[in-house]
Every structure is written in C-alpha cells, then in structure tokens.
Write a protein that binds this ligand. Structure first.
Ligand code: AMP
Length: 547
C-alpha cells in the first residue's frame, strides 16, 4: 500500500475570529472589567481590564490627536514594559501599523528599519546603562526623512503625547476603530535573517489575533490564567502568543523583567501565582540550573510554551517534572506565519509532547515538500515545511520580490525549515535547510546528533555545525556546554561515547567547549557565526569550502 503524503489540515470546532484587535480587546474588557489584565512586576504597576482599556483608548486618541492616520507607521523600540503593551493595543485601535524595533539594534540597523518602513513616530525606552535609545534616535534623525516625532517612555514627551488626546473625543476614536478592517496591516516585524538586509514581515489583525487566540485555546486559557512573559515583546512570542493569547481569553499578562532574568522570572512566577510560563529553550535551561529553583514555589504553574528553536527532550521532561508545568506545550513557527504553525496538545502522550513540535494548528495546513522539485514527500521523509492559511503574512513590506520567493502562487509560505511528518501527523523539525551538513555525500541533520549528545551526563547544552573538510567536504563540530565541575570533554571521549550507537559519519570530529553559545535576542543560536568561529579555531580555512 502506498504510504500517505506529508500533508495535514487542522480541523477546529471553533471558527476564526473575524474582528480587529481593538474589537476583540473591547469584548474581553466588557466581560472581565475588574479582573487583572497586566502586571509590570519591576515597577509594581497593575491594570485591570477596565483600566487597561481606558489607558489604551486614551493613547489611541493621543495618536489620532498628533495626526497619526490609518496605515501610518509607529515604531516601538524598548525592552519589555507595560507601555509596550499599551502602545501595541493603542496602535491597533487607531489603525497605525506598529513597527517592532529589536532592542539590541544599534543606530545603523535602526536607521534601516525606520526608513524601510517609513516610521513617522517612534516610542523609545528611556536611556539606560546599556543603551541610550533616545540618543541613538537623535543620531540618525537627519537621515530618516519620514521621522517626525520621538516619544520617550517615562519622560515629558510621553506625557505630552498623552496630552494630545485632549482634543479627541471617545466617539472620534470609536469611529476610527470602526473604520478598520481585520485584513489591514497592523504590524511590521523585521526578521532575523542571517543573510542580506532584514525583511519586514507585514501582519494583519486577522493574522496575529487568530494565531494568539488559537495558541491560547490549545493551552486552555481563561480568565483564571496568569501568563509570565520573559520573552521579548518585539517578537511574536511575546506580543502574539503572549499578549494576544492572554487578552483574547481574559487572562493576565505578567512582565517579570525588562529583559530575560532567570531569577526574576522564578520570583515573579511565585509572587504572582502565574499559571503559565513561556521561554525559548535556553531560558528554561537557565531557570532549571538557577540556585533559587529549589526554594521557589512553582505550584501555581500548569502550562506554558517552549519554542523558538529546537526544544531538547530532556529539557522538556525536566520542565514538566521540576517546574510543575504538566501541560507545557512546544510550538513551532516563524514570524512570517504569525508565528505558530504546529503545537503539541495538552492531552498528547509524553513522547509526542517532548519529542515533536506537535501537529498542525486549527484552520491551518502544513505540508513537507522535496526542496528540489516541490513535490509533497511521503510521511517519514525529510523535506521543507510549508504553511498555508490565515496566518501567512500579507507580505514583506515594500519588497514584492522577496515576498514572491517566500510565498508561492497557491499561498504556501516556504519556511526554509527541514521537517519530517510522522504517520500520526506529528512533526519533527530536523534543521534549517541551510544548516544541513553534507559529509561525504551523506545528509546529516545536526538536530539528531544534538539530541544524542544531550544524553551524555556531563552535557548541559550542545550545538552541532558543519565545518569545511578537504576529504569529506564537511565535518561535524560540536560546541558543548558542560555541567559545573565536569572533566573537560575531549573529541576522543565523544567518539567513545558515540561508538556503536551512532553511524560513524555522524560522530563529531571536533569538540569545542564553551560557557554559552552566540545567540540572537530571541534565543536563536547563531549557527553561521559558530561555523565561522569553528573554522578559525581548528584552522580549517584552507579546507574545501562548504558548498
Ligand atoms: P523567527 O521568525 O525569528 O520566529 O524564527 C523562526 C525560526 O525559528 C523557524 O523557521 C525555525 O527555524 C525556528 N524555530 C521556531 N520554533 C522552533 C521549534 N519549536 N523547533 C525548532 N525550530 C524552531
């Protein structure tokens, strides 16, 4: 009997939401007026849904009062804070397109983002020890012709902005909100592409509201839930899966710290009795090895999400066992798909919940294709994962060529991720197309080797990259973080550990011990940089180039 093809369409008992983000928030506010909506733990500030609505409404009126029209771009450049959330919903209510600027950008990247999307008004964090955001905005001002106004959170310019609401009546804001269409663009996010200039994935109300809503549905969110968000708001993980996932269910958004801090996260979960906790794998690894873990009361936790990069099985198991997150889910996705395409379900067995990225989300389709000819491969065979449905971005801002390369005529977003769909429809991500290593003609998916090396008792974290090799074209190099006090791990010892258990061509030739990996702010390991550095460290510059 021929095997089934790698295609799945996600059924759903609940329909898609056909409304704007502002309308959805208003409905939640009507239902849960006095329940807590937002907690900013570092400053101790709190908002009920009623209070959140009045601040969001006022800020939307202020934006209208300063001349912001539907479709104008408003930038936000800040680490996590309550104002980020207010700006997210206020822009959505008045129809401005929020441009998320990565807090680790510096002036060169800032200038690019402001000009590429034509930002008129930018809201920035106040100066801090690490980053003087307002000074960097000032330094590029002359080269950003569309930029008219800088508003600094917590400084007089923030109050001046709010004061601009004075001449705008509630009915004016309501009229603006009612004129918006769910398919309007409402958010631009520059993707962390490793080559070329960043591209501005442009997302609509419909894209991100529904994605946040269904992520929350699958986690069983309701008004009792309190969601701790150490993940950045400038990325979908924070603003969609976190904020929209929460507000579409009447749950409470809890901000533990401006940027990731494992101690503050644990303390906030305990103090705020959070029921859900998000993180990229390295955040959970940091929490699990934090000295405060043993004395922190995590009994309020029920669920949460691990996502953003490959989630090691062992780390998932420890999060379930040691952090009380019985119902934790893995999500897989990318900015261009709002972001989530697949998610594990709370009632999946432990194997599915820890060793796959779940199955297709409600209302979406995923398939796995042969990258050479575009044909759907049989189940169990690797290929490129593609996603279609409500979550696929409107396009890259002002870049139709790049959009056409990413989204085909039939509406499929080509993710560039290599995946295998199992017989049961569950998906494994086996690598990025460009990270696949070809050693002597054998295709090697680094993920498989990483999972294997995690089972070594001294290994806390591991990443595998391909490096040039004169004989085989490429060889494997493992970057390893060892547990405290472990004997240094040699390449020889790794070979012994693998002997008889892994095919010889999958055994890493080089081992490099580190304390941490080079990472992006969203917790993605910079494999390109690791490949370059490994080539230098092991003096492989003269070996055959990796094709
Ligand atoms: P971004 O657009 O920054 O969200 O990055 C998206 C990329 O992150 C995807 O294309 C994947 O390569 C990776 N990714 C996200 N979630 C997962 C996951 N659960 N497992 C493996 N890779 C993931």
């Amino acid at each position: 009997m021929p095997s089934r093809l790698s295609y799945e369409s996600g059924p759903s008992a609940s329909p898609l939401l056909g409304e704007t983000i502002g309308d959805n928030l208003r409905r939640t506010v009507e239902r849960y007026l006095d329940r807590e909506a937002l907690v900013d733990a570092p400053s101790g500030r709190r908002w009920t849904y009623g209070e959140l609505w009045s601040d969001v409404e006022r800020l939307a009126a202020a934006l209208i009062g300063t001349g912001i029209e539907t479709g104008d771009r408003v930038g936000i450049w800040s680490t996590n804070c309550a104002e980020w959330v207010l700006v997210q919903y206020a822009t959505a209510l008045c129809g401005a397109i929020l441009v998320n600027v990565n807090p680790s950008y510096r002036s060169h990247e800032l200038e690019y983002a402001l000009n590429q999307s034509g930002v008129r008004l930018i809201v920035s964090a106040p100066p801090s020890e690490r980053s003087d955001y307002p000074a960097m905005v000032e330094s590029v001002w002359d080269r950003c012709p569309s930029l008219e106004r800088l508003v600094v959170i917590g400084q007089p310019s923030w109050d001046e902005l709010r004061a601009a609401a004075a001449g705008v009546g509630e009915e004016d804001t309501a009229r603006r909100a009612a004129s918006l269409d769910p398919d309007d663009p409402i958010n631009i996010q520059y993707t962390s592409g490793t080559t070329g200039y960043p591209k501005g994935a442009t997302l609509s109300h419909h894209n991100i509201l529904n994605n946040g809503y269904f992520v929350g549905e699958l986690l069983g969110y309701d008004e009792q839930d309190r969601v701790c968000l150490p993940v950045p708001f400038y990325h979908c993980f924070g603003m969609v899966m976190g904020n929209l996932g929460s507000t579409s269910h009447g749950s409470c958004i809890v901000i533990p710290a401006p940027s990731f801090d494992p101690g503050a996260t644990l303390a906030t979960v305990e103090a705020e009795r959070c029921t859900s906790l998000y993180g990229v794998p390295t955040m959970f690894i940091a929490e699990l090895s934090h000295p405060a873990l043993a004395d922190t009361d995590l009994s309020s936790l029920r669920t949460g999400i691990m996502a953003g990069s490959p989630c090691p099985v062992e780390v998932m198991k420890r999060v379930i066992a040691e952090m009380n997150m019985d119902e934790v889910a893995i999500c897989y996705g990318m900015t261009e798909t709002s972001p989530v395409s697949t998610q594990t379900r709370a009632d999946d067995d432990l194997g599915r919940r820890t060793s796959t990225v779940g199955r297709v989300m409600p209302h979406l389709e995923v398939k796995v294709c042969d990258p050479e000819n575009g044909k759907v491969v049989e189940r169990g065979q690797p290929g490129e994962l593609c996603t279609r449905g409500y979550s696929v971005m409107l396009g890259y801002w002002d870049n139709p060529e790049a959009t056409d390369q990413a989204v085909d005529r039939a509406g499929w977003m080509h993710t560039g991720d290599l995946a295998v769909m199992r017989e049961d429809g569950y998906v494994n991500i086996v690598g990025r197309m460009k990270d696949m290593v070809i050693r002597g003609g054998e295709n090697i998916y680094p993920r498989e080797i990483e999972e294997f090396l995690y089972s070594h008792p001294d290994v806390v974290d591991v990443q595998v990259v391909g490096v040039p090799d004169a004989k085989y074209g490429e060889e494997l190099c493992a970057w390893v973080v060892l547990r405290d006090g472990a004997e240094p791990l040699t390449a020889e010892a790794v070979r012994e550990f693998c002997a008889g258990r892994l095919a010889h061509y999958k055994v890493p030739r080089y081992v490099h011990l580190v304390d941490a990996f080079p990472m992006t702010v969203t917790g993605k390991v910079r494999k390109v940089e690791m490949r370059e550095r490994s080539t230098e460290i092991f003096s492989l510059e003269d070996a055959a180039p990796t094709a």
